[in-house]
Design a protein around this ligand. Structure first.
Ligand SMILES: [Zn+2]
Ligand SMILES: [Zn+2]
Length: 104
């Protein structure tokens, strides 16, 4: 049985809430796989977390971005997020560039 942090040692990574079944993608360092979660009533269900590598090419043609209308586990925030179907999204580099542009 291997834990998700066996193959990656990321600083600041707190895995207390890291769902079983997910692992970190070695390419983009995002959570991927199928997580086994339990509801408040104890019933188990699965959630698929997609990483950008499994998605579609970014408009810049260099990076990848998650498929629209997909779910993923944001391990930095420790919670699940949903990417809306109308959001085309950006790759990490474009996101960085956008953030810098806004901060200026
Ligand atoms: Zn990936
Ligand atoms: Zn891009």
């Amino acid at each position: 049985m291997s834990s998700p942090h066996d193959d990656l040692d990321l600083p600041g990574l707190h895995l207390t809430d890291f769902p079983a079944g997910l692992r970190l993608c070695l390419v983009c360092h995002e959570a991927r796989g199928v997580a086994l979660l339990s509801r408040y009533d104890g019933e188990l269900f699965t959630m698929r977390s997609q990483c950008p590598c499994e998605g579609i090419p970014c408009h810049c043609g260099k990076g990848m971005t998650r498929m629209p209308a997909c779910s993923y586990f944001d391990w930095r925030a420790g919670r699940w997020r949903h990417k809306p179907h109308f959001s085309r999204g950006m790759c990490r580099r474009c996101e960085e560039r956008e953030r810098r542009r806004r901060e200026r």
